[in-house]
Design a protein around this ligand. Structure first.
Ligand code: ADP
Ligand code: MG
Length: 263
């Protein structure tokens, strides 16, 4: 049975897409069948997976509204190693249209139900807001992965996100769990980052992933070559860190896999 996770943080530029793409690629390197869903109209996860936004005819947008089948929309990225439901700027229109539908929160969940046997993991790259699209992701997911920079205001945004997770959990999706916080773009030379990192560990304990993703220019360069960072320069510090994160994540998932089998 597929386990679905969303990579969320309502701030922009905090490493959500980089995490979603590299986690997907690292997991597929570990022989997992992965579907990556680009749920951000910016379409960065699409491009970052080597799929040109201009070349696609169908996207996750018509899929959400029952106007295209899953099979028509899904693309296998040979380079990246996983399947992707691509997005482009059209998806921005989905917000307004979703509001008008009765089952607006659970459109994505219902689509994914039918793919349960086809994947081990579904990873959703969320837009930088707590919008209808993000709500669809949270309603579909077993858990949330939160990438964050260890900066002064990082904690503030986190409280809002955790509030939303709790609300969705109470109202719509009792299984939803905060899986973990991933420290990204980390620079150990910056004292403030070290301090915030320590605070995170004190406050969230085991929820903080052990792996730390360093700031690494190779990770930032990778999308322009249409490759996940873990494949673009395998020997770079950033690639190694995301590989390690993939392994840590998979280990953490054993418990959840077992639970979903018992259900
Ligand atoms: P989000 O999806 O949250 O908006 P992105 O993953 O797109 O964030 O990251 C924002 C920018 O930071 C991008 O230009 C990306 O390439 C860069 N970036 C992300 N993670 C790292 C990292 N660990 N080191 C260096 N640059 C990074
Ligand atoms: Mg993004």
């Amino acid at each position: 049975m597929a386990l679905t996770f969303c990579v969320a943080n309502q701030k922009g530029g905090v490493g959500k897409t980089t995490t979603a793409v590299n986690l997907s690629s690292a997991l597929s390197g570990l022989k997992q069948r992965v579907l990556l869903i680009d749920l951000d109209p910016q379409g960065n996860a699409t491009t970052g997976s080597g799929v040109s936004k201009d070349s696609i005819t169908e996207t996750v947008y018509p899929l959400l509204f029952g106007q295209a089948s899953f099979e028509k929309v899904v693309i296998h990225s040979e380079d990246a190693g996983y399947d992707i439901l691509p997005a482009n700027r059209e998806l921005a229109g989905a917000e307004v249209e979703l509001v008008q539908l009765e089952d607006r929160d659970e459109r994505l969940k219902n689509i994914l139900k039918e793919q349960n046997d086809n994947y081990d993991f579904v990873i959703i790259d969320c837009p930088p807001s707590l919008s209808m699209l993000t709500i669809n992701a949270l309603c579909s997911a077993r858990g949330v992965i939160v990438p964050m920079q260890c900066e002064y205001f990082a904690m503030e945004g986190l409280t809002d996100l955790i509030g939303s997770v709790k609300r969705i959990q109470a109202a719509k999706n009792p299984d939803l769990t905060l899986i973990g916080l991933l420290r990204v773009m980390f620079d150990p030379r910056v004292t403030l980052q070290q301090q915030v990192s320590e605070q995170l560990k004190e406050y969230f304990g085991d929820k903080v992933f052990k792996t730390v993703i360093p700031r690494n220019v190779r990770l930032a360069e990778a999308p322009s070559y249409g490759l996940p960072g873990v494949l673009y320069d395998k020997s770079s510090k950033g690639a190694k860190a995301y590989q390690e994160f993939g392994a840590e994540f998979l280990k953490r998932m054993k418990k959840y896999k077992k639970q979903s089998k018992e259900k």
